[in-house]
Design a protein around this ligand. Structure first.
Ligand SMILES: NC(=O)c1ccc[n+]([C@@H]2O[C@H](COP(=O)([O-])OP(=O)(O)OC[C@H]3O[C@@H](n4cnc5c(N)ncnc54)[C@H](OP(=O)(O)O)[C@@H]3O)[C@@H](O)[C@H]2O)c1
Length: 262
């Protein structure tokens, strides 16, 4: 996959890993489009990436999602890469019943429904375009669930499966499907309550010290790694612990999947 000269839409592109990916694409001479809910963050991010354009929307809302797709495809018809990166994560205590599920964001709609529907909105536009690609950002947690984050784990595992299936089907339309599974990355805004709780439980020891035994990349370093892997046509991209999880997932079941779905 060529990682220069594309027009790339990154959802959740104003912060964290999404901004890292947008910056890495921008550095390589790609045109960059950013989406997210907070206008101020999008404006700030676009100022750091000269020429970048942005569109404020909630990707979990079907009408706003369609408006985003229309904006990208009509105002930026060269768009040929969609990065489904927007996501949320919450710690959820399942012993508290249904109230707990409803208190906060909706992982099922943001982390699962949105990337599925948004990518399908782009399919007719991407079909036949040079270097057309859809990138789904899942997680190492897609392979080894986190008990603290049950809905998040469920959506990421499901998005991993959708990526496998969509990759097979869209090959006929000339659209590549990549899955990017980040490991733990700390310079982002994901799950601030959960992270604060974990920090407090660890007696306030700073993250950098608490995780000093692990190779935790910055968002920027991880993004450079992702683009290098995309250039090598690696379709499932991890780093450190998540790369190891992907490797371990490639057992006999993958062979059976490929045999049943040639
Ligand atoms: N950090 C990690 O350790 C880690 C590990 C594995 C996977 N990931 C995945 O990496 C992706 C990026 O996460 P991050 O860690 O970089 O966290 P982040 O800084 O919080 O980024 C998430 C982005 O998504 C946007 N977003 C959230 N809900 C949205 C919605 N409904 N509509 C549109 N935009 C929305 C947020 O902007 P607004 O709030 O302004 O909308 C934000 O810019 C996520 O899919 C996450 O699951 C992260």
């Amino acid at each position: 996959m060529r990682t220069t000269g594309n027009t790339v839409l990154v959802t959740g592109g104003a912060t964290g890993i999404g901004f890292g990916l947008a910056e890495a694409f921008h550095r390589r001479g790609n045109a960059v489009l950013l989406a997210g809910r907070r206008e101020d963050r999008l404006r700030e991010a676009a100022e750091r990436l000269p020429g970048a354009r942005w569109f404020a929307c909630d990707v979990a809302d079907p009408e706003q999602r369609r408006a985003l797709a229309d904006w990208a495809m009509k105002d930026h018809p060269d768009v040929n890469v969609l990065v489904n990166n927007a996501g949320i994560q919450r710690d959820i205590d399942l012993t508290k019943g249904v109230e707990e599920l409803a208190s906060g964001g909706d992982e099922l709609r943001i982390d699962l429904e949105a990337p599925i529907w948004l990518s399908q909105l782009f399919v007719p536009h991407l079909a036949g375009k040079d270097d057309a690609a859809i990138v789904h950002v899942t997680s190492g947690i897609a392979f080894v669930p986190s008990v603290k984050a049950p809905l998040y784990s469920t959506t990421k595992a499901a998005l991993h499966v959708f990526s496998q299936v969509q990759r097979k089907q869209l090959r006929a339309a000339g659209i590549r499907v990549f899955e990017v599974a980040p490991p733990l990355i700390l310079d982002t805004e994901l799950n601030p309550e959960g992270r604060a709780k974990a920090r407090a439980a660890a007696g306030g020891v700073p993250d950098a010290v608490r995780y000093s035994f692990m190779d935790i990349p910055t968002s920027a370093k991880f993004a450079e790694h992702v683009l290098a892997r995309m250039e090598e046509d690696v379709e499932e991209i991890g780093y450190g612990t998540s790369e190891e999880s992907i490797r371990l997932s490639k057992g006999p079941l993958e062979r059976i999947f490929n045999e049943r779905n040639p």
